[in-house]
Design a protein around this ligand. Structure first.
Ligand code: SAH
Ligand code: SF4
Ligand code: F3S
Length: 464
């Protein structure tokens, strides 16, 4: 509400000037979802989107700092846009996780003086005010908060997709895994009120959305904060992740529900039951392992052992027989020995994940692990990474073969990027299927496909 005056003033100022914005998002789906809200506010002010950075009047970088390479990519990009600033005075705004790091913020302010706006993860809603300052007052704008305020609801949103939507159900993280910077830049866990979440999803369903991905750094601790950061003080009955899942599955029109990321330590039986009872919930579950060695896991502060993880997976495979799993793994955590790393490979062989997101450990300033003096040399980290990749690639090949002859129900996403005469969709387990249209199918609808060929990075299917 506070921003409405700024929205209107900016709207007036840029009226009939065909002003365009360009957003580049780094990092995870939570950042993508924030960028959709940023885009929503900009469109409300009269900006239109462009994918051509040189053609834009406003450039927004929504940053990530989870690993060093995300930061390096950003600095490369800010360097590139200096020319645009000089040639056509393009407004440059930088927001997101990296701006919550004091040292990075200082670096931007000292070395990249042509940046007009900086904002943090807690202040995306002040963008209209920031633009007002730059456009009307001719000032620079800096809006960063280090405290976890009340959750902001009701921001306009411009979604990237017409059939799949992400819905953030909680912000922040309380886990403080010792390698991870997220809790420092995203603040404490704050669960949205279930009524706000359900209203958002109902409205998505009414607008033709079929798939919902629930987002949070630790979705299965939803409700642990007793909803104390919510503006709405309405009594809460749906106060656990399992209850929320069940409620969302009741919404007519929503055909698939996914979530990202759960934490193995909080994956309670009621969540497994909820998945089992609701076929709408995706059978592809992301279960971040990080390491397969109990000593390393303890030093990572993950609060589970190798055995706990394997037992949980066994239980899930028994209860939900058609389950598929994906995971995140870090190689080269400080002090990790070759023998300890073997445990990670052992878990990978046993679980047979369908998808593994592999990361080389990257020290993050201010975290416990970064201050250790037993950092692993780069060449060893790379060797371990390559070994893991080799095993994973072989597993993918074997798994792909198993799809041949099966029937998959997929949402038709649109034309294939490589061949516009073909269509694509994804299996529940996230494998891309390419198929030839027969004229009866519609983008945004589900179709049954029989898998006929395996092309390693994608599968070929036939409409049934
Ligand atoms: N909250 C989610 C994911 C957060 S970040 C979870 O707990 O699963 C996404 C992934 O980045 C993590 O799962 C982890 O594998 C990886 N990651 C986080 N910090 C890292 C670091 N310092 N170096 C390398 N990888 C890291
Ligand atoms: Fe980082 Fe751990 Fe929180 Fe995930 S659970 S965001 S890895 S601290
Ligand atoms: Fe990166 Fe922030 Fe997500 S640090 S991974 S964008 S929460």
């Amino acid at each position: 509400m506070e921003q409405i005056d700024y929205i209107n003033t900016v709207k007036d100022k840029i009226k009939n000037k065909n002003q365009k914005y360009y957003i580049l998002t780094f990092g995870c789906q939570l950042n993508e979802n924030d960028s959709e809200k940023i885009a929503g506010m900009l469109e409300e002010m009269g900006y239109t989107k462009t994918d051509n950075i040189s053609d834009s009047d406003l450039i927004i970088f929504n940053t990530c700092c989870v690993r060093e390479n995300a930061e390096e990519r950003l600095f490369g990009k800010i360097g590139e846009v200096k020319r645009l600033k000089e040639e056509k005075n393009t407004i440059i705004a930088i927001g997101g996780c990296m701006m919550q790091e004091k040292s990075m913020l200082e670096k931007i302010q000292k070395s990249y003086k042509y940046v007009d706006i900086v904002f943090g993860t807690h202040t995306i809603q002040t963008l209209p005010e920031d633009l007002y300052k730059v456009l009307i007052k001719r000032q620079k704008a800096k809006e960063i908060l280090y405290i976890d305020g009340e959750i902001i609801e009701g921001l306009p949103i411009k979604r990237n997709d017409k059939y799949r939507a992400s819905v953030t159900i909680m912000y922040g993280c309380n886990n403080f895994c010792t390698y991870c910077i997220v809790p420092y830049v995203r603040g404490r866990e704050r669960s949205r009120h279930p009524n706000d979440i359900l209203d958002e999803i109902k409205s998505l369903a009414q607008n033709g959305y079929k798939e919902i991905t629930l987002l949070g750094q630790n979705v299965n601790s939803y409700g642990n904060d007793k909803f104390k950061y919510c503006k709405s003080k309405e009594a809460v009955e749906i106060d656990t992740f399992a209850k929320l899942l069940r409620e969302i599955c009741k919404i007519e029109g929503i055909e698939k529900v996914k979530f990202m990321s759960p934490h193995p330590k909080d994956f309670t039986d009621d969540v497994i039951e909820a998945i089992k009872d609701n076929p709408k919930i995706s059978r592809m579950i992301h279960m971040p392992l990080q390491s397969g060695n109990s000593k390393v896991l303890k030093e990572m502060n993950r609060k589970y052992t190798k055995e706990d993880f394997l037992n949980l997976i066994d239980k899930m495979k028994t209860e939900i027989p058609d389950i598929h799993l994906s995971t995140d793994i870090i190689v080269g955590f400080p002090g990790e020995t070759d023998i300890e790393f073997e445990d990670t490979l052992d878990v990978v062989r046993k679980v047979e994940f369908e998808q593994i997101f592999m990361f080389i450990y990257s020290p993050r300033e201010g975290t416990v692990a970064a201050s250790r003096d037993d950092q692993i040399p780069d060449d060893i980290k790379h060797k371990r990474f390559n070994r893991l990749k080799e095993i994973y690639d072989k597993q993918v090949e074997i798994q792909n073969e198993k799809y041949i002859g099966t029937i998959q129900n997929v949402l038709i996403e649109g034309p294939s990027k490589n061949d516009p005469n073909k269509l694509t969709g994804r299996t529940d387990s996230n494998k891309v299927i390419v198929f030839t249209p027969n004229g009866t199918e519609k983008i945004g609808e589900y179709v049954n496909l029989k898998i006929t060929e395996n092309h390693r990075w994608f599968l070929i299917g036939e409409i049934l």
